[in-house]
Structure formats: structure tokens, C-alpha cells
Design a protein around this ligand. Sequence first.
Ligand code: IPM
Ligand code: MG
Length: 362
Amino acid sequence: MKFDIACIPGDGIGPEIINEAISVLNKIGEIFNHDFNFKEVLAGGIAIDKRGEALPQETLDVCKNSDAVLLGAVGGPKWDDLPGDKRPETGLLALRQELGLFANIRPVIVYKSLIEASPLRRDIVEEGIDICVVRELIGGIYFGERGRRKEGKMGEEAYDTEAYSVGEVERVARIAFEIAKKRKKKVTSVDKANVLESSRLWRSVMIKVAKDYPEVELEHMYVDNASMQLIRRPANFDVIVTTNMFGDILSDEGSMITGSIGMLPSASLAEGNYGMYEPIHGSAPDIANQNKSNPLATILSAGMMLRYSFKLEEEAKAIEKAVENVLDMNYRTEDIMSPGAKLVGTKEMGQLIITEIDKIAK
Ligand code: IPM
Ligand code: MG
């Protein structure tokens, strides 16, 4: 089969890790007989430097005309002093909105060979951490009305608005329940319904959608409590579904309890099979161009692309298995290095995965 993939390397370590993901996809193409056609485009800080804006129209057009988007990372200190609406992050938010990427899927997994990396007590981690966070991505306070007014209660005032409509909640709820159906069949909906009206609507829609999935258990949890339970007993969670801002915060907490943010991929899905795939970690400008970054989160993101956008489950599993095997063989990039392990660079890690995929496919 033939697939068009828009590639956005972005800033910092972005280009290095995207390179490794592309090599891995090419290997998969060679073995399983697919034709992946990559088109590289600019977004983020590099686009600000070269085109004067974080999300050039050309980038958007190429993304819209592709089957999926693979993104490295955007942002860096160089652009931190730009006004809010000119920052690289604005380009990322516009991209999500323009492409209709309403559901952000962030698996929080601890690999057996990386248990030591978790800051949690071993007995807690050993119960197993395998959570799928489903975050609403193009609604809520991120995109609600905002502004400033002179006459606040105590001087000038700024405001951001959290608003959710029934349809927006319903479509992300369905994604969460569909995913749960294929897992441990439990959805935890996280809200703040004891205070927020938008959360009360969120909760009522979750209850309504749950009726279509009788085999899946639905539980509700306030966000403050959820942030505690994630540390206390992460094994209790299966799928977490929540709003844009709560999801932003809880998914960072989730990535921390795994201890290896350099390992975590993500998928942002639109209606149909379209999606954008990116590592959870940032652009890490301090280690850019030194062959030090961990390409595994991006490689695993490419795996999610195969699964969710291209429906190539066997190919996705080959990537995941290769990553597991290479970790079991004790190879580590600097961010997940432990005493006695074999330290490798970005390129070597990519190559190890490719060699392993070859072995798995034979
Ligand atoms: C994330 C990031 C973004 C977000 C930033 C960079 C705008 O933190 O993807 O979680 O807040 O969504
Ligand atoms: Mg975040």
C-alpha cells in the first residue's frame, strides 16, 4: 500500500529523532511491502525564522493532503520572548485545530527493563503501569474566549474561558470507550464536577455515551483526586478520558511516573483515520545535534501511526516488539541510562531497532 506522510522535524532534537523514525518506517515498508512517501515541511521556531510564522500555509496544505503527519518537537529558548500569539507553540495549537485533531492519545507504559527509572516505589510499579490517557485536544480553555479588561475587581483583569459542547464531549468519549473495549474495559472520566458547570455537562455526556458500551465500566473522578491516585495506585487505571487542560497536566504526571519521558509516544486523531503523531517530550535544545537524544518515543509514535491511521497492526507490533527487545538487550540512550547498561547515541539506537525489526520479521 502507498501512504503520504507529512513530516515536521521542527526544532531542537526534532530533526534527529524524525530521521530515525523515517529510517524505521522505510525498513517496515521494505519488509512488509508498503510505499511510504515523506514530504518535509516547516513548523515551529524554524518556520518563524525562515518564513516569519510558526505555521505557514504551505505546511498546513501539505498536512491536509497527506494521510498522516509525523512531528518531532517545536519550541526553544530562542523564541521564548516572542509575544504569546507569535510563539512556536501557537503554531502547534493552530495545527491541531486546523487538522481537527480532537482526541489526543498518550499511552503511559513502564517497560519491564526500565522499572528502575520510575521514581515510584518498586512495589507500586511492579503492580503494572499501563494507562491510556485520552485528552480532548481542540476545545475547552485552550480555545475558549480570552482577553483582558481594564475594570476588574482589583485592577486590570485577564480571563480564559472553559466551555464544552455536547458534541465535543461525545466524540472524545467514543474514542475512549472504543479503546477501552480492546483493553481492560475500564474508563475513568476525570473532571471537576463539584465546582465547574462545564464538568457537569462533561460528566452527563460520559454517562450517556457509556450506555452504548455496556461491557465497559465507567468511573468518575475529580481531577485533584485523580492526580493523587495516579501516584498512589497507577495499576487501578486503564483508560483515562479528560478535558484539554486536565489532560495536559495529568499526562505529564503520567509520563513522570514512568520515569522515562523519552520513551512515550502520542497520537492526535481526527474524524476518520487521519492523525498526527509525535513524541510527548519537548525539543530539548540543550542536547540538540549531539547524537544524544532518545529516538524511541518518535519511533513508537510512527508505530502508532501504522496502527491508528494505516490500520497496519502487525507492522505496529513489529516496531513495539523491536523496542522492547533492544531495551531487554540493555542498550540505553543517555536519558534512560543505568549502571551496567550499554550507552548508545541517537543513530545507533535507530539502527538497533532496524536490525531487530529485520530479525522479528524473519
Ligand atoms: C503538550 C504541550 C502543549 C500543550 C504546549 C506545547 C502548547 O504541553 O502537548 O502537552 O499544552 O498542549
Ligand atoms: Mg503538556
